[in-house]
Design a protein around this ligand. Structure first.
Ligand SMILES: [Zn+2]
Length: 251
């Protein structure tokens, strides 16, 4: 009887360990406006996700939606998980700016005051909703640069409960941190480097993996596909950020 109890315990432990092996694809920099059209790389990954019966997430730079392109907006709507598609779209800010002022480096979400940052967050949420009818639940800052003012600013957009690669002081939202990288430089994927890091670090819990698929050439796309296949073979489940948070909340 004791052996049976032990076996049950082991089975439960194995099950919850397997549960934690979740990969979330964080694909940045969607633009969908007349001036900045949707890059083909996003469509390519979406087609791959459909064929693989899997999901990805994509971050939208929302000032591109002030003059939306009808075809690109139709693509967003058709591919959104809310509409039965394979993509969770998330708030990647308003203008994705970085600049220097009086010799100081500033970013959209690192440096400006909380009110300015809140305006950017809210404009992004509102414009996205207006143009697509959808609601953002997750946020990731441009260049992953954010500060304490961003933490305060996030309170103005309570529908966003998930923060991808947040600053260390964030405690109010569900935080999804960085473990491994698939890109060796922005827009360049390396299967060889990822496989090496993966074998060395042996991650066993949620991985949020970032890529810039709008910039990927054939080699980068093919290496991404190989990385996804490696993880699938190794027992990783792929979810969107919201799906993961919902699942983790139920445990
Ligand atoms: Zn970005």
């Amino acid at each position: 009887m004791r052996l049976l109890a032990l076996l049950c315990l082991l089975a439960v432990a194995a099950l919850s360990a397997a549960d934690d092996k979740v990969v979330i694809w964080k694909l940045d920099d969607v633009k969908a406006g007349e001036k900045k059209r949707l890059a083909d790389g996003f469509k390519r990954v979406a087609e791959w996700a459909k064929a693989e019966k899997t999901v990805v997430t994509m971050g939208i730079i929302c000032d591109s939606l002030t003059q939306p392109n009808a075809e690109d907006v139709a693509w967003i709507k058709a591919n959104a998980v809310e509409n039965g598609g394979v993509i969770e779209f998330w708030n990647h800010g308003w203008d994705h700016r970085s600049w220097t002022e009086a010799g100081k480096q500033l970013w959209e979400f690192r440096g400006p005051d909380a009110a300015t940052q809140a305006k950017h967050l809210k404009n992004a949420c509102d414009t996205f909703k207006q143009v697509t009818g959808l609601t953002f639940h997750a946020f990731g800052a441009g260049f992953n640069q954010a500060d304490d003012a961003t933490i305060a600013a996030m309170d103005s957009v309570p529908e966003m409960t998930i923060w991808m690669y947040p600053p260390k002081n964030e405690t109010k939202r569900k935080v999804l941190g960085r473990t491994l990288n698939i890109e060796v430089a922005t827009g360049k994927v390396s299967y060889a480097k990822f496989a090496q890091d993966y074998a060395a670090k042996k991650p066993a819990s949620m991985m949020l993996l970032q890529g810039h698929c709008g910039m990927w050439n054939d080699d980068s796309f093919n290496d991404f596909v190989k990385i996804a296949a490696l993880l699938k073979q190794d027992g990783w489940t792929t979810l969107t950020a919201s799906q993961y948070v919902e699942k983790a909340g139920k445990k």
